[in-house]
Design a protein around this ligand. Structure first.
Ligand code: GDP
Length: 829
């Protein structure tokens, strides 16, 4: 009975681990789990022994059934062993059972824990969201509150949700059970670390501070990047900047600043790169395509060479629609033999018109003028009589003339120049009107003129031909109206039309360098309308229309087809016959002008070389000693240039000929020096001077520049040179240049120029010239040369001085004083 009672507690007690409290020094204690092994007392069950084993309880209960030879003590021992084995068995089963139970418990716990964690995460997320929202609202409200700052309740209201997240989350996480179960720690800590749980913890702080989730960390990085960028920029970090490779359009020549612009690089960098390549160029200087290509490649861009013709493509060359065309006045040139009365007739026509129109009106000679006939027709006359102008214009591609009025004196006959004029008109396919002039003269025989003309295939109307003929007198004014009506009729037949609505194009009739106004050109508008402010290219020059002045001297805002106007605002003096085209931008205009200049230079150089070859060939062939004296002429006005060229061409004998390589208007430039050098020619400056770069270039290349103010001196010199009469002569030697910085009025002396000697020396005894825009204004001697208060004999370059001219007062700031001495030198021309 007691056996069964003792069995259960024994088994249970054996499975339960006991706790032992260990004591250490300093009062520390430790609980140690101790598994106690109890001595098992096995009491055989009554009646259970027979089936239990070979030596079961039956043996114990019935000694008679026990095997023979086993003592009681032995039996009892065996019984005990049996009981113990049984007890161990049940003990082990209990332990297994307990273990399983513990495992199940653990599984359950983990599940619960995972759930709790999930809930916790959700809650935290929600809390964060709420917090962010709350923060946003707070910021908005703070912003709003700036206007009305008295709203303290809002931040307090926002506070609870900030704490709500972690507040709720912490108790949920730290349950007692979780805290106790040690093996579960890693599983709990792990998700926390990986899924931002820990960050969430940091965020809580950050949120409280900045109100933005992770904002602080990100903005730090952004700030660092920003700082890095700024640092790179400050250190010229553009090298590290991502390079954009551009296609750079490259014409034959390009201005440095424009090149930089096209590469989208800094001008300074381009100038520096040029310098590193040994080219000293400022941003306004032009460099050739090969140099530019080098630079473009250096900057890592792609070169797109623009062919020569492409540069001119911007000029509007679209054909006009017939419906856009409006009638335009005819342009008339008067031709004829010398002294037959061309100039008189032009004047008479003009005066007649002036008298009829505005009595006493002062007329302006701009190279062309307009006349209104009695019937109201407007006619444009070119004021440059003679076929030379006509042909030179035509040779330059400017066909401006619509009608030729051929003047033949009634008391004379058809003369060589009359025939030339007829041929020119025919070649140009321009209709003629015959003006039989000097009809007032007693010796006038107009019919003889008519029949003479027949020989040259000019059949006038009176002889049943189709060429109109009018008898006129420039002196008496007879027949002038008939002449005008004849011209108007001819114009009607021609049906001359132009489109006034397009960009203007026109031809230069006359051009000169005006002292006060700079380069001025008279342009006859051929198509379109030229307006003030228009940007244009004209020959090798370009500009922007600063002012337009008509033939009456009035400023006008615009000039339509067939209207002649003076154009101000050019960068240089074009040549008669140059075509003006309005373009869109100044860059385009400049590019075209530069291209043309280069092309002309090349052409001249080629022509010079060719002639030198021809010359050599001719020499070899004829074995003659005919030498050519090439010269280059630059003059202040077109008229002087032409006169010099004509005079030069007349000079010549069996031995020598003068050949004018080039003639033009304006200062002597570097390109002139280049051309002169190529042909070994001297440069003649007539009332003009070489600009500084040209002077330097001439010095370097050994090109001689000779200045003249009197055409006869020039002709004499050249003649003497050509004749080989090169004797010693008194020649000018330039000893210095000074520029006028200021002009004072000194009582007793007059106007005194405060100068800076820019080159050489200023000498009291020397001759002086006053130059304005490289044009000679005055030549004379000095009245005074002062350094500070003292009269001095000489002032060196780089020093300031006061100068006054003898008998000349018109000095201005910016003028240049040229100081020269005369010396006797051997002629070398
Ligand atoms: P150009 O060389 O063809 O320009 O001729 P000009 O106009 O200089 O005239 C030459 C000369 O002829 C001048 O002396 C004029 O006065 C004179 N003359 C021109 N036209 C007439 C005219 O219709 N009648 C008379 N009597 N003389 C004229």
């Amino acid at each position: 009975m007691s056996d069964t009672d003792g069995k259960k507690p024994l088994g249970l007690r054996g499975a339960r681990p006991g706790n032992v409290k260990q004591s250490f020094s300093h009062g520390r204690t430790k609980n140690v789990v101790v598994e106690t092994k109890r001595k098992r007392v096995v009491v055989p069950k009554p009646g259970a022994a027979p089936g239990a084993g070979s030596t079961g309880g039956a043996v114990k209960g019935d000694p008679s059934k026990r095997p023979a030879g086993i003592s009681d003590a032995e039996l009892e021992r065996r019984m005990k062993a049996l009981a113990m084995a049984k007890a161990r068995e049940s003990e082990e089963a209990a332990a297994r059972e307990a273990e399983e139970k513990a495992r199940a418990e653990e599984r359950e716990r983990r599940r619960a824990e995972a759930e709790a964690k999930e809930r916790e995460e959700r809650e935290r997320e929600e809390a964060l969201k709420a917090k962010a929202e709350e923060e946003r609202r707070k910021q908005e409200e703070a912003a709003a509150a700036k206007a009305a700052p008295a709203k303290p309740a809002e931040p307090q209201e926002a506070a609870p949700p900030v704490d709500a997240g972690p507040g709720r989350a912490v108790p949920a996480r730290k349950t007692d059970r979780e805290r106790d179960v040690r093996p579960e720690r890693p599983t709990k800590a792990k998700p926390d670390r990986s899924d931002g749980g820990r960050r969430a913890g940091k965020l809580t702080l950050n949120d409280a501070l900045s109100g933005r989730e992770g904002g602080r960390q990100r903005s730090m990085a952004a700030m660092k990047r920003k700082q890095e960028r700024a640092r790179q920029k400050a250190m010229g970090g553009q090298v590290e900047r991502e390079k954009v490779v551009r296609d750079v359009q490259l014409p034959e020549a390009i201005v440095v600043s424009e090149l930089a612009n096209r590469m989208a690089e800094r001008v300074a960098d381009v100038v520096k790169a040029l310098m590193q390549n040994g080219i000293m160029a400022t941003q306004n200087q032009s460099i050739d395509a090969d140099t530019a290509e080098l630079i473009i490649e250096e900057f890592g861009h792609k070169v797109v060479r623009v062919s020569d013709a492409d540069v001119e493509d911007v000029i509007d060359s679209v054909e006009d629609n017939p419906e856009d065309l409006k009638p335009r006045p005819p342009v008339i040139t008067i031709m004829g033999h010398v002294d037959h009365g061309k100039t008189s007739l032009l004047d008479a026509l003009r005066k007649a018109n002036v008298v009829a129109g505005e009595a006493g009106g002062i007329t302006q000679h701009i190279g062309a003028y307009q006349v209104t006939t009695e019937s109201g027709a407007v006619l444009s006359f070119l004021d440059t009589p003679g076929h030379a102008a006509f042909t030179s214009m035509r040779a330059r591609g400017a066909q401006v003339t619509d009608i030729v009025v051929l003047v033949v004196a009634a008391d004379d006959a058809v003369m060589p120049q009359t025939i030339e004029a007829i041929n020119h008109a025919k070649a140009a396919k321009v209709p003629m009107i015959i003006a039989i002039n000097k009809i007032d003269r007693p010796a006038a025989n107009p019919d003889k003129v008519r029949t003479d003309l027949l020989q040259h295939e000019v059949i006038v109307e009176k002889l049943s031909g189709d060429v109109q003929d009018v008898e006129v007198s420039a002196v008496t004014g007879q027949g002038l109206d008939e002449l005008l009506e004849a011209i108007a009729l001819q114009a009607e037949i021609l049906e001359l039309k132009a489109n006034p609505e397009r960009a203007a194009s026109g031809a230069v009739i006359e051009a000169q360098l005006d002292v006060g106004r700079g380069p001025v050109a008279t342009v006859l508008v051929q198509n379109g309308t030229l307006r003030q402010g228009d940007i244009f290219v004209v020959g090798e020059q370009y500009g922007k229309v600063r002012a337009l002045i008509n033939d009456k001297g009035d400023r006008v805002a615009e000039a339509g087809p067939s209207v002649p106007v003076e154009v101000l605002g050019l960068n240089g003096t074009p040549e008669a016959g140059d075509i003006l085209n309005v373009v869109e931008t100044e860059g385009q205009a400049r590019e075209i002008a530069e291209y043309r200049e280069q092309a002309a230079k090349d052409k001249r150089a080629a022509a010079g070389a060719a002639t030198t070859l021809d010359q050599l060939l001719a020499k070899a062939k004829a074995d003659q000693n005919v030498a050519e004296l090439p010269i280059l002429v630059k003059a202040d006005v077109q008229g002087s240039a032409e006169a010099i060229v004509q005079a030069m061409e007349k000079i010549g004998n069996e031995e020598v000929r003068v050949r004018v390589l080039h003639s033009g208007v304006g200062a002597i430039t570097e390109s002139d020096i280049g051309l002169a050098e190529a042909s070994n020619a001297p440069v003649i400056g007539f009332n003009v001077r070489a600009n500084a770069p040209a002077r330097n270039s001439a010095n370097q290349k050994g090109v001689e520049i000779r200045y003249y103010s009197v055409i006869y001196d020039l002709v004499d010199d050249v003649k003497a040179a050509a004749s080989g009469l090169l004797s010693d002569e008194v020649r000018e030697k330039f000893i210095g240049y000074a520029s006028i910085k200021e002009v004072f009025k000194v009582s007793g002396v007059g106007r005194v120029a405060g100068c800076l000697v820019t080159e050489g020396v200023a000498r009291r005894s020397a001759g002086v010239r006053l130059l304005r825009d490289d044009v000679v204004i005055h030549e004379g001697t000095l009245k005074t040369l002062k350094r500070f208060k003292d009269e001095v004999a000489e002032v060196q370059s780089g020093q300031e001085c006061g100068m006054a001219f003898e008998n000349y007062e018109d000095i201005r700031e910016g003028d240049v004083i040229e100081i020269f001495e005369r010396e006797s030198v051997e002629r070398s021309l």
